[in-house]
Design a protein around this ligand. Sequence first.
Ligand SMILES: Cc1cc2nc3c(=O)[nH]c(=O)nc-3n(C[C@H](O)[C@H](O)[C@H](O)COP(=O)(O)OP(=O)(O)OC[C@H]3O[C@@H](n4cnc5c(N)ncnc54)[C@H](O)[C@@H]3O)c2cc1C
Length: 364
Amino acid sequence: MKVVIVGGGVMGTAIACELAQSKLDVTVLERSIPGAEASTAAAGMLAPQLEAQAPGPMLELSMRSRGLYPSWAKTLAAESGVDVAYLESGALQLGYSDAHAHELEATVAWQQAAGLRASLLTGAEVRALEPNAAPEIEAAAHFPDDHQVDPKKLMQALSLAAAKRGVTFKTGYVRGLLQTSGKVDGVDLDGEALKADLTIVAAGSWSSLIPGAAIDPKHLKPARGQMVELVLRLPPVKHILKAGLGYVVPRADGHVICGTTVELAGYDKRVTAEGLSTVLAQATRACPMLKDATVEHFWAGLRPWTEDALPMLGPGSQPGLLIASGHYRNGILLAPITAKLVGQLVRGERTSIDLAPFRPQRFG
Ligand SMILES: Cc1cc2nc3c(=O)[nH]c(=O)nc-3n(C[C@H](O)[C@H](O)[C@H](O)COP(=O)(O)OP(=O)(O)OC[C@H]3O[C@@H](n4cnc5c(N)ncnc54)[C@H](O)[C@@H]3O)c2cc1C
């Protein structure tokens, strides 16, 4: 069976890796290089508890994926020779006022009731754990099982492992899907027909621009996130720190990834003065020591946003088509479970998670 995957981001490459294990003939079609877009712009937080607002299908999907990470990271490192820097850092959601502290208390309560490890810390307890965290922190929710990976290393490892498993990578622009008698049977790659038994659209924010994929740009569009990388001689904190949209992700080597903004600004990847100043203000508020850090790098990436913040995962509008897109803020986290579920769909197995909430056609 011949499978073509449109998009060589974390989704397309992880799915390719999974399908190659089932001895399928898999080709990834990428207009640039693997990981050129959102997948290497990401911070790499594997943090379903930090992200979740309430129990539900997204939390279940995210928790299952987080659970797969330790062995996935090990397998990828063994096959590729690239360590993906999976780091069990834990995470702290910070509150700067009494009102924030009450919100965090409620978050910890529902997460504990859902059986997740979470606890509420006072400001003094936060500073005992993280002496360089801001003195103005009133309270924090501690999520000891939310961790991180380095997305650039992950993309390197994934594409090497995929190639070793026999996946073909082709550079080219997919202009649209080929359709014969109500079935998708391949793609138009730079004006040439590339036939396939199954076509998987995993083109991130661009999925809704692919003619024939039948994804309405109203329901899937880019959400820009601006980022700054700082460097200190030593990591200033051990945990991921987050408050509102602002976060600080400390790598083991003293590099600190700071985010972010969420802007529905179209396909515009500019870093703006306002974006940069917002990101830096958030980061230095959480960890004032960062004011003296060196600015190494700044960039922006486009997250595939969906109207209900759930991915689009499952059969497309016609036979021969699968969609794996719309992972919005959590695509790095959700890559292993997405690959596994697509593998189950392709092999005709029952999926280990109910995909109904993620149906690509759910918006009508
Ligand atoms: C600033 C930022 C921070 C983030 N932080 C985190 C985080 O901490 N944790 C987390 O889990 N997630 C995070 N995310 C989200 C995560 O990065 C995305 O959800 C994920 O990378 C989406 O992967 P993807 O493969 O679907 O899309 P992409 O990585 O965007 O890949 C899509 C690929 O398709 C290619 N393509 C598009 N159209 C075509 C075409 N017509 N023909 C050929 N190729 C095409 C593109 O070149 C691209 O390489 C973050 C995202 C951003 C932007």
